[in-house]
Design a binder for this molecule. Structure first.
Ligand SMILES: Nc1ncnc2c1ncn2[C@@H]1O[C@H](COP(=O)(O)OP(=O)(O)OP(=O)(O)O)[C@@H](O)[C@H]1O
Ligand SMILES: [Mg+2]
Length: 244
């Protein structure tokens, strides 16, 4: 049996009286794309922040590559990376300079090749010399994705990676993610509010609602279980029922 690259057990995060993530457990297998789905405020970003060691869980355990995050933080974080709109990068540097800084911080070999590669893959040639402050939001998203890919991680955490991308670039990013998973066995946990994308990308989906897992399975399994036509209808049903 293959061992999961990520194992989350009974994870919980409370902010004072409020519990944002409530007893969440799941695994990610090597090369698996897991979609984290749920309404605004469901606890998706909070979960990712705990997996990245940015905030400390109230309770529960996070294991990656067979090691506990709390005690093997550095070894684990070297092998993962993330992308999200809340990343802040030095705005006065050019796109290319920012990528060089990341590569140096991680002590990566072969920086020139890696930077050239990722710029080409994400079609960033046009704005590689641009000052980061002047990027459009879609260009900024591509820069944060490039930063995530640069370190050739084993697990990628992507919080709404395609939110500000035009349909053409979003399509290319999805193709790239699938290709990386195929060629290097990359595992991906990602969030999106685009239900078609969720259905297309995810091997498995976890549906979070008020911090709890309310459904889990392939898109098709979830759709069938809730007796709906598609994932969008499942989403509307779950979200609206809870807002009554
Ligand atoms: N530092 C904090 N202090 C207090 N409450 C917080 C904090 N961070 C998050 N929360 C609350 O936790 C809940 C979950 O937030 P989170 O950002 O994880 O949601 P999300 O599922 O990512 O939503 P979205 O789809 O809007 O991005 C929200 O109610 C939020 O207000
Ligand atoms: Mg979020």
């Amino acid at each position: 049996m293959t061992t999961p690259v990520l194992n989350v057990s009974n994870l919980r995060k409370s902010f004072g009286e409020f519990t944002a993530v409530d007893d969440v457990s799941f695994n990610i297998m090597p090369g698996e794309i897991l979609g984290l789905l749920g309404p605004n405020g469901a606890g998706k970003t909070t979960t990712m922040h705990m997996l990245l060691g940015l905030i400390t869980p109230t309770s529960g355990s996070i294991r990656m590559f067979g090691m506990e995050l709390a005690t093997h933080r550095e070894q684990i974080l070297q092998q993962v990376n993330f992308s999200s709109t809340y990343i802040s990068m030095p705005l006065a540097l050019t796109v290319e300079e920012n990528l060089w800084v990341v590569a140096r911080l991680y002590g990566l070999p072969d920086i020139r090749r890696r930077v050239d590669d990722i710029v080409k893959k994400l079609e960033m040639e046009e704005f590689r010399q641009k000052i980061t402050r002047k990027l459009s939001s879609g260009q900024m998203t591509r820069l944060t994705l490039a930063k995530a890919f640069l370190t050739e991680p084993k697990i990628l955490f992507l919080d709404e990676p395609t939110a500000s991308l035009d349909p053409d670039i979003a399509h290319k990013i999805r193709a790239l993610l699938k290709e990386e998973r195929r060629s290097s066995g990359l595992s991906i946990l990602y969030t999106s509010h685009n239900m078609r994308e969720m259905e297309e990308m995810s091997d498995r989906i976890i549906f979070l609602q008020r911090g709890k897992i309310v459904a889990e399975g392939t898109a098709q399994e979830i759709v069938t279980r809730f007796g709906q036509a598609d994932l969008e209808d499942v989403f509307l049903k779950i979200a609206r029922d809870s807002r009554l």
